[in-house]
Design a protein around this ligand. Structure first.
Ligand code: SAM
Ligand code: SF4
Length: 328
């Protein structure tokens, strides 16, 4: 099994399949960032081999991410192959620019169970400022509806809440959850942007976000959260549709319950989002090593997972990689 020195059992794999993205979100990816040369990225058969090796060592759930995973040319094949491997759950996070009905149905038929969309504003002018892209809010909302029509159950929507940027929209997002029966997740802004300009003052805490929403509606704790849930979830006390989740990695870290291992698009294992040490799988994969060697390497990497991220402590140092180059 994949265990660490703090007694945590790794059962969830976050696999990034590309470092590329068509957005340049201000909190994630600086316009000047250079992507890796294509030959540095792993191939489809290597991603599949990694998933299989992780599963032989107890991983049960997979989240496909990036960069923007829909830019990975072999995404559909990866979902098809991973879908046949007997995972308990397979999910994907996307910025929603390229989800059409036919593709969404194919993903669902291949075994993708859940889709999470990222959207930080409902205002078109702000969308341009935050994502530095031409994708509209309307387009992302349409993708969410397309996913639902294709058969994905209640899509999730991630909003990174930033002080003086979009904090004034949290009630609008809660309204959207009610109107469209969405599972909206409010995420605290973390020091993971390539611009490296995070300050704790920019963080609008989960507590503040919930208070703003509760000034409008009463909320009721959701009683179905599982032990490794990153979000604390609530429903509307008046029985309206929709669910709200608050993810507080900065103000209320949940590292003690972390069961995740991250692997970057070029095959570096990062036991923690905030790891400074990486474990390079590529040489193992490319020098013809056996599955046993591959699994031993994964076991060693997991064993070295740090206890927590220490954001806010004097010793904290932001990792070199941005969220887009790690995989969120
Ligand atoms: N491109 C896809 C997307 O945006 O959904 C997948 C990758 S993105 C890195 C995964 C998630 O990380 C997104 O929901 C994004 O909002 C979140 N994220 C990126 N940078 C972040 C930061 N500095 N703090 C908090 N969340 C962040
Ligand atoms: Fe791209 Fe997602 Fe990062 Fe935005 S958050 S720049 S969409 S990887």
């Amino acid at each position: 099994m994949l265990l660490d020195t703090h007694g945590r059992h790794i059962t969830d794999l976050r696999l990034s399949v590309t470092d590329r993205c068509n957005f340049r979100c201000t909190y994630c990816l600086d316009p000047g960032v250079r992507f890796l040369p294509r030959q540095e990225l792993l191939h489809l058969d290597e991603y599949v081999r990694i998933i299989a090796a992780c599963m032989s060592r107890g991983v049960r759930t997979l989240r496909i991410t990036g960069g923007e995973p829909t830019l990975y040319p072999e995404l559909d094949e990866l979902i098809l192959e991973a879908g046949a491997m007997g995972l308990d759950d397979m999910a994907m996070t996307t910025n929603g620019w390229a989800v059409d009905g036919e593709r969404a149905r194919r993903w669902l038929d291949s075994g993708l169970r859940r889709l999470t969309f990222s959207l930080d504003t409902l205002r078109e002018d702000r969308m341009k400022e935050i994502t530095r892209s031409r994708t509209s809010v309307k387009q992302v909302l349409r993708s969410i509806e397309v996913a639902r029509e294709a058969g994905f159950p209640r899509p999730k929507l991630n909003m990174v809440v930033m002080r003086d940027v979009n904090e004034d929209e949290v009630v609008d997002f809660a309204q959207l959850a009610r109107d469209r029966d969405l599972d909206v997740r409010f995420i605290e802004f973390m020091p993971l942007g390539s611009a490296r300009d995070w300050t704790s003052k920019d963080v609008h805490t989960a507590r503040e976000t919930r208070a703003a929403i509760e000034s409008r509606w009463s909320l009721r704790p959701f009683d179905g959260d599982h032990a490794h849930s990153t979000s604390v979830n609530w429903t509307f006390a008046d029985g309206a549709d929709g669910k709200l989740g608050f993810i507080a990695p900065v103000s209320q870290p949940f590292c003690g319950a972390c069961n995740r291992l991250r692997i970057t698009a070029e095959g570096r294992i990062r036991p923690c989002l905030f790891s400074h040490d990486e474990w390079d799988l590529k040489p193992i994969l490319r020098r013809g090593s056996s599955n046993v060697e591959l699994e031993r390497f994964l076991i060693d990497a997991a064993w070295n997972k740090q206890s927590g991220h220490a954001i806010g402590e004097e010793t904290f140092e932001q990792p070199e990689r941005s969220m887009s180059a790690i995989g969120g």
